[in-house]
Write a protein that binds this ligand. Structure first.
Ligand code: ITT
Ligand code: NA
Length: 192
């Protein structure tokens, strides 16, 4: 059983679709530190959540990086979604020649132990294992009813993420890729 510390139902749905283990939502309002480094934000949250529950926890921090906007909204994606909204991000990008953007996902896992072979380990107490996923696409006018957040304005291979079901989105998405990297490691030894 894996505790996913998140208040975002879309993230939870995708983690459940991607991981064989049963994933439990754990509500804990960890401190989201201000950083350009999504891995540092997730690692800090995972450590804090682990100290609170004393059991294995997973935290995910993600964001949308628009090239023509110098990577905005990036680490501020959640705040910008709540304030400007996704339609405004499309409007800001529309006049630009380049509509390229990337979604990035950083998963942090902490179970209080030190890890031998995770792809990336954040030293500190306790150590945290980090897994990353990224997908490159285009910002477009909103289309589709599925997904969550910025999905209607993120097009990958002629369709937006909001035009795909969770399994299909996981095949290509930043989160799907980070979850795959996590699962490969976790099924091997994270669990042992
Ligand atoms: P947590 O409780 O897990 O922190 P959150 O929604 O606050 O949930 P983040 O702090 O990681 O998540 O902020 C991520 C922002 O990027 C948020 O606005 C999401 O809607 C957006 N986002 C992340 N992944 C996305 C995806 O797959 N599709 C669309 N939007 C996404
Ligand atoms: Na958040």
């Amino acid at each position: 059983m894996l505790r996913f510390v998140t208040g975002n139902d879309g993230k939870l749905r995708e983690a459940r679709a991607a991981l064989d283990d049963d994933v439990t939502q754990f509500s804990f309002d960890y401190t989201e530190i201000q950083s350009h480094d999504l891995g540092a934000i997730a690692a800090h949250g995972a450590r804090e959540a682990y100290r609170e529950v004393g059991e294995a926890v997973m935290v995910e921090d993600s964001g949308l990086f628009v090239d023509a906007l110098d990577g905005f909204p990036g680490p501020y994606s959640a705040y910008v979604e709540d304030t400007l909204g996704i339609e405004r991000i499309w409007r800001l990008t529309e006049p630009e020649a380049d509509h390229a953007a990337a979604f990035r996902s950083l998963i942090a896992y902490c179970d209080g132990s030190a890890f031998g072979s995770a792809p990336t380990i954040r030293d500190g107490d306790p150590p945290v294992a980090i897994f990353e996923g990224r997908v490159d696409g285009q910002i477009v006018a909103p289309r589709g009813e599925g997904g969550f957040g910025y999905d209607p304005i993120f097009e990958y291979d002629d369709r937006t993420f909001a035009e795909r079901d969770p399994d299909e989105k996981n095949e290509y998405s930043h989160r799907g890729r980070a979850l795959d990297a996590f699962a490969e490691w976790y099924d091997g030894e994270g669990d042992a």
